[in-house]
Design a protein around this ligand. Structure first.
Ligand code: DON
Length: 330
């Protein structure tokens, strides 16, 4: 995929890190039995529990892949980062932040409780469902198709290809998304939703159903690690201010009510999805001689998730990497 984006991008492999990764992937694969696939979305139930794959991309062209890096999976909540960026591009940062805050909740991703407890019911952040459904309604365009087109345009600009939708996952969620519908109705009643309920839901669930591989989300992570500069296309594709906001939200809210533990024990901005994907990144380091000193993007897939909705094996793999390679930003 990256090869298609630029013929001049010089791709190479760091073989020592590749062999470390291969060993860790083989080891952590078996930990998937401690989790389950997201069985609240019927179409995700049948994923292979023991799959684990990773892609790491550095701005200079080093690319390391291991395990099931090529298995397609749906973005799910990782799409919330993309739609937040798209809404900021289309409507401006202050417009978006008037309608969704940037505070972590410590609650489950689909919780409704704070909307009513904290008046006036502004969603706490764009990474929880209430915030993401609001953000979906803010995307430019007066129909779900136009809003999605705007989002797909950003996806294409970043990854150099049109997104593919997993229709089965979409239909499966559309039919079972009662809590998201409840959230959307509540947000409509409190005037945070800018479109009709069904329209916002369609956009939100379609963005969740975009199919990717670890390579795609590693590239998204890499672009964010470079503050919105696309190192393959050699172009600023996301304004620096928006990229920084997105990273702060990933660090503080990206792993839901495990975000604190992630910051404490892994220490890099990351965003998970219930299909088992994790998009993470390492910012460039001021300390010389560090691994990934110029930063990197990391894409992980391991479909068995824990009670927070985060990949079990993927989180353990990321923790191992963060400890061995001293990746924490703190
Ligand atoms: O709203 C939902 O239920 C899903 N489509 C997305 C949730 C998700 O990925 C939460 N993440 N860990």
């Amino acid at each position: 995929m990256i090869e298609e984006l630029s013929k001049e991008y010089d791709i190479h492999v760091n073989s020592q890190r590749k062999s470390d990764l291969d060993e860790w992937v083989a080891h952590y694969r078996s930990f998937a039995i401690e989790g389950q696939t997201a069985n609240y979305i019927p179409a995700l139930r049948n994923a292979h529990l023991s799959q684990l794959g990773i892609t790491i991309l550095e701005p200079g062209g080093t690319m390391i892949k291991s395990g099931d890096w090529e298995v397609p999976f749906t973005l799910q909540s990782i799409s919330k980062v993309l739609s937040f960026i798209a809404a900021c591009l289309g409507r401006g940062i202050s417009y978006v932040l008037e309608r969704v805050d940037v505070e972590p909740t410590g609650d489950a991703f689909n919780s409704i409780i704070r909307l009513e407890m904290h008046k006036p019911g502004k969603p706490f952040n764009p990474m929880i469902n209430a915030g993401a459904i609001t953000v979906a309604s803010l995307l430019p365009g007066d129909s779900s198709q136009k809003k999605l087109e705007f989002l797909y345009g950003l996806f294409e600009n970043l990854l150099g290809k049109r997104p593919t939708i997993n229709e089965e996952v979409y239909q499966s969620e559309w039919q079972t998304s009662h809590r998201n519908r409840a959230l959307a109705h509540y947000l409509k009643e409190t005037n945070y939703l800018e479109s009709e309920v069904e329209e916002a839901l369609e956009v939100y669930l379609m963005q969740c159903s975009i199919e990717v591989t670890t390579e795609d989300i590693a590239l998204l992570g890499l672009i964010l690690s470079q503050d919105g500069y696309h190192p393959v296309r050699k172009e600023q594709v996301i304004p620096k201010k928006v990229a920084k906001l997105a990273k702060a939200l990933m660090l503080t809210c990206g792993m839901y009510n495990a975000s604190g533990k992630f910051a404490a024990f892994i220490g890099v901005p990351a965003k998970s999805g219930v299909s088992g994907g994790i998009m993470a990144l390492v910012p460039p380091s001021a300390r010389s001689g560090m691994p990934f000193q110029d930063g990197c993007g990391i894409g992980i897939y391991g479909p068995a998730i824990d009670e927070y909705g985060n990949s079990v094996a993927g989180s353990l793999l990321l923790k191992q990497m963060a400890q061995e390679w001293d990746l924490s930003i703190f």
